[in-house]
Design a protein around this ligand. Structure first.
Ligand SMILES: [Zn+2]
Length: 125
């Protein structure tokens, strides 16, 4: 567990030492990148294992059947560029899909406030 040093102000409220907060933010940023990199490598390994079990012809048939179709309702998906991340949104039920790795890109390049802004735009709220 990480404890964050704090300073008590005269009015009784707790203020966080800004240098400690900066160090903590840096620690999270560095470890977040490491965890996301590990997740990417694990995903690529699983994908390679799946590819080894299928033929090119099998993959082509499946792709032809399902390419840009909603997995929930079967309607067409339409690609939207949203702050540098491509979102495939269903034209009927409005569900959305992102390619592997796109959420990691979003989380690595955005601050917390920007992530919230992105999610609001994604959800249309
Ligand atoms: Zn749909």
């Amino acid at each position: 567990m990480i404890s964050r040093p704090s300073v008590h102000s005269p009015d009784g409220e707790v203020a966080v030492d800004e240098r400690s907060r900066k160090r903590e933010d840096d620690w999270f940023l560095q470890n977040e990148k490491k965890l996301l990199e590990e997740a990417r490598k694990a995903r690529e390994k699983r994908e390679a294992e799946r590819r080894a079990r299928e033929t090119e012809e099998q993959r082509g048939k499946l792709k032809q059947l399902h390419w840009m179709k909603c997995p929930k309702c079967g309607h067409d998906l339409k690609t939207e560029a949203l702050e540098g991340v491509d979102i495939d949104r269903c034209t009927f039920c409005e569900g959305f899909f992102v390619d592997a790795g796109e959420l990691e890109v979003l989380f690595l390049k955005k601050g917390v406030g920007q992530r919230q802004s992105f999610m609001r735009r994604l959800l249309g709220i």
